[in-house]
Design a protein around this ligand. Structure first.
Ligand code: HEC
Ligand code: HEC
Length: 189
């Protein structure tokens, strides 16, 4: 067969194939296997989300928090919630809040030079140190001025959710004393 006729035959065959493909009945795609319908979404109502079992946005049933701790000097200090946690304020803060730029009664009793006289725990070394610039300060670091940012007064309320957290203290003194500045670089240096 000449090259020319082979080519012709090929073209003819291709045409035939193309035509027959066109004419062949279009095979229907098999139906997809049936996927089970997802279960209808279970609605979680606001009431169920709330630990009070009341609509989230309605706080009318919230039990009133009663802050009735004894006066400074008469209260019982508690343990740290965990090692080097900021201790809670065991006494009431009547007349001591808000802390303003001109008035911070907490410092009257808790700065190291005052604390011993009134039987209060002095602020720890970390509050007299500028960690950002690694510098010992003469007095309170202004970053620690707003005490109640970290130290919270205690209200008499029930537990809404049971708390099973068990703190671990590496040394038993750390239950009632902090030493953050001493141990801050542990494992680094
Ligand atoms: C009149 C002095 C006085 C003033 C003012 C005062 N405190 Fe106290 N604070 C004490 C004494 C004393 C204690 C020790 C517990 C006791 O005897 O009531 C104490 C305990 C604490 C403790 C617990 C310390 C520990 O080792 O567990 C914290 C935290 C604290 N006070 C924070 C504050 C903050 C914050 C303010 C300001 C809102 C403040 N205190 C104002 C006297 C005072
Ligand atoms: C930015 C958070 C923060 C602020 C603000 C702050 N504290 Fe603290 N405080 C802590 C933490 C954390 C600790 C425990 C770890 C440490 O620093 O040694 C602590 C510990 C203490 C202790 C226990 C000291 C000891 O030897 O156990 C006292 C008392 C205290 N703070 C008083 C104050 C007072 C008073 C102010 C305000 C003048 C204040 N703190 C502001 C975080 C804060």
């Amino acid at each position: 067969m000449s090259r020319m006729s082979t080519l012709c035959l090929l073209i003819a065959l291709l045409c035939l194939a193309g035509c027959s493909a066109k004419e062949a009945p279009v095979a229907e795609a098999p139906p997809p296997p049936e996927t089970p319908a997802p279960p209808p979404p279970t609605e979680v109502t606001d009431d169920e989300l709330s630990y009070r079992n009341e609509p989230l946005l309605d706080d009318s049933g919230t039990p009133e928090a009663v802050f009735d701790s004894p006066d400074p000097g008469d209260s019982q200090m508690g343990n740290r919630a965990f090692e080097n946690a900021p201790p809670v304020i065991p006494h009431n803060t009547d007349g001591l809040l808000p802390i303003t730029t001109d008035e911070n009664s907490c410092t009257d009793c808790h700065l190291p030079e005052e604390a011993a006289d009134v039987g209060a725990t002095p602020v720890p070394a970390s509050h007299l140190y500028d960690m950002r610039n690694n510098k010992q300060l003469d007095g309170l670091n202004p970053a620690n001025y707003n005490c109640t940012l970290c130290h919270a007064p205690q209200a008499n309320t029930g537990e809404l959710v049971e708390n099973t957290f068990e703190p671990y203290y590496r040394a038993k003194e750390q239950k009632e004393r902090s030493n953050l500045l001493d141990i801050l670089n542990e494992g680094v240096e």
